[in-house]
Design a protein around this ligand. Sequence first.
Ligand code: SF4
Ligand code: SF4
Length: 386
Amino acid sequence: MATKVLVAREPRSVGRSFLLTLPIALWSALMFAPIFREASRPARIAEVMTGIFMVVLFFMMMRTWSTYRWRRWFFVAMGLLFPVGFIHQVMVMRGTMGIPIEEMIAGRTPFCFIPIPLLILPAAFTKTVVFPGSILPNGGMSGGGMAAMVGIWLAITIVVGKGWCSYACFFGGIEEGMAAVPAKAALRKIDSRWRYGPWAVLLAMVLLSLALFEPAYCMWLCPFKAVSEYVAARNAIGMIQNGIFIVLFTALVIALPLLTKKRTQCAFFCPFGAFQSIFNKMSVFQVKIDKTRCTPCVLCQKSCPTMALNDESIAKGETLMSCMKCGACVDACPKDAAVWHIRGTEVAVKPERARLMFLYAAWAMAIMFGGRIIAGGLATILHLFV
Ligand code: SF4
Ligand code: SF4
């Protein structure tokens, strides 16, 4: 996976980079200021640190022309700090990471975005939401309720499409961090058919959720239950479920990213990733290949953390629908042939303008959504010391 810019390009001047960063700095101040007034001292320090962190990363994206390596700092920080803040909240409110059945019956299970596709068929056929959480805010562990989460998902999806998986998913950063650890992949040959894994899991889980009348993926397969909350293991079935969560987390989120330098859970397993691919066309932003410049050396293909490029797609000048707009291929291309693109415009005409427009939208959302998560996790840690 490429982590450096291979194209020899002079850095942008500090002054121009600063000017381009100014709108993001103002947005960051606007987002954190209202919370700042009411927050405790550790939370205020965490918010200032997060605000500066996000602004500095954007500045570096402007100065170096590189997207992927700076975005990764944010994404990994969000992935590592989400469990810290969430588990702390769960322990304070419930005293355990296991969800007791009474909490489920009372509709107090926290809702994340992953079950969204599992709820559609049962809701369409029976007008029932098969998730044990509340639809509207209830002030409990489910916080803002499912409606708020679905609203956030929809707003971000309309703008960045599958970019959700690079700028908003609060789980993906753990495996992205793992994939960044080794200098080289020990396992390089991966059968391209694994790409269909997320679609197979999505289909199976949608049908199973309808048949069992429960969010089947959350009950049986979600690796991230290992670092958030899980079914309270009161019997053998509960123990089997928790065993599956731990095995999947260890294999897909820790071991395989370390061996392959790929985001293996996202690329080969996550049903939400497949579902999100369907909406990639909603966004006007794309990554494309300028065929007139491409040699093709396939460095972009090698750098892609989710295998969203293959020989055929490069020849066509396209990324596959699973492209999550991380920018690794653009940074890796030695010919400036992998480019940011706005749908409906000519390919490679002002690609930097397309990158800027995409990054303003994606980073504004990253601050609003991910910034809160990072600040929350940091505040939890700072509470121990301040
Ligand atoms: S887009 Fe760039 S990195 Fe990819 S094959 Fe073409 S020249 Fe190589
Ligand atoms: S094809 Fe998409 S997912 Fe793959 S490296 Fe490029 S931007 Fe990232």
